[in-house]
Design a protein around this ligand. Structure first.
Ligand SMILES: [Zn+2]
Length: 340
């Protein structure tokens, strides 16, 4: 199948994030690219660079205020006397309806949900091209392709319309789904990352034209904590168009796949004629985040189950962190998908 990636996506190289009160190396490392790329090639993917579709399809999801922030904040940060090498917030508004300050520090707190999304010199460029890869992937389906893989890194599913978080800046899966919808399709987003796709849920929460479904480790005791609970079903016109399927920590292949069946049934009940898979590989048993316990073989079965939908499918990379089997797990999903 076709696959999309741009070399400028290497330019985001985050250094820090804070976990449990300890400053640690950021897990969303550029080295992921190499492993994912070779994993996709092993499954027969043929990579091409994306077209530049411009800011329009990105601005269909993200506010102009936020996009201005992402493009300019690193430069502005350099004027802070004694400021750090990365834009990392140290204060947040109690409510997002509170006032919007002019200060770079204040705006960082407004637009960055946590310390896992530091912004440095190459961040905007990398996020922009990661989104363009997703847009080109969506366009390949619009042009009649049955499937495509997007090596979208930095990932996207924790990014809301005006809020970065959890290694994510631009919501690649949401941007791709909106692109499909704008061309007259009826897309569903199915998120199989170990973390709930809170940004994706937030973006479409009041809408009935894009279904959002997420399987993830139960957020009662797992990031992103404040979202991903089963009672969150959408609101207004979107009520009933969001489905969360939280799983107990340590859930293994058999139970994951059983829950995936309910997710797929909902996608079918929506009448989706295209699906975006928010493809996290961090459900893996030996992923550093240790949330669930999917095996390499299990990933192949996930790929096959998704293929059973029989609709054009865009597989958009989300999480999955450095471990020996990262590439192999991607090969397994994509091979399982193609073999089914
Ligand atoms: Zn994740």
């Amino acid at each position: 199948m076709k696959a999309f990636f741009d070399d400028r996506q290497w330019h985001h190289d985050p250094k820090h994030f804070m976990s449990n009160g300890v400053v640690q190396p950021n897990p969303e490392q550029p080295a992921r690219i190499e492993m994912l790329h070779s994993g996709a090639v092993s499954a027969g993917c043929r990579f091409e660079a994306p077209q530049d579709a411009g800011l329009g399809p990105i601005a269909a999801i993200h506010s102009p205020e936020y996009l201005t922030f992402l493009q300019n904040i690193y430069k502005r940060w350099q004027y802070i006397d004694g400021g750090g090498e990365e834009v990392i917030p140290n204060i947040h508004p109690a409510n997002r309806s509170d006032s919007y300050p002019r200060s770079a520090v204040g705006q960082a707190g407004y637009h960055q949900a946590d310390t896992a999304c530091p912004i440095a010199e190459g961040t905007w460029e990398a996020a922009y091209w990661s989104a363009q890869s997703a847009i080109s992937g969506a366009d390949s389906l619009i042009d009649g392709g049955q499937s495509a893989y997007v090596l979208s890194r930095p990932p996207g599913h924790h990014a809301f319309g005006d809020l970065a978080g959890g290694f994510c800046f631009l919501n690649n899966s949401a941007i791709a789904a909106e692109r499909l919808r704008a061309k007259g399709l009826r897309p569903a987003i199915l998120d199989v990352d170990v973390h709930h796709g809170n940004g994706t849920q937030g973006i479409f929460y009041n809408r009935d034209d894009v279904l959002t479904v997420s399987l993830h480790a139960d957020p009662e005791r797992f990031y992103p904590f404040f979202w991903g609970h089963a009672h969150e079903r959408g609101a207004g016109a979107g009520l009933g168009y969001n489905l969360n399927l939280p799983l107990a920590r340590g859930t293994k292949d058999a139970d994951f796949l059983k829950t995936l069946d309910s997710a797929l049934a909902r996608v079918q009940a929506f009448g989706a004629d295209a699906v975006v898979i928010a493809l996290g590989l961090d459900t893996y048993i030996d992923d550093p985040f240790k949330g669930l316990a999917v095996t390499t073989e299990g990933f192949g079965r996930i790929g096959a189950a998704v293929a059973g939908l029989g609709v054009p499918t865009l597989l958009v990379q989300e999480g999955g962190y450095l471990c020996d089997e990262l590439g192999e797990n991607l090969t397994s999903v994509l091979s399982g998908f193609q073999g089914a």
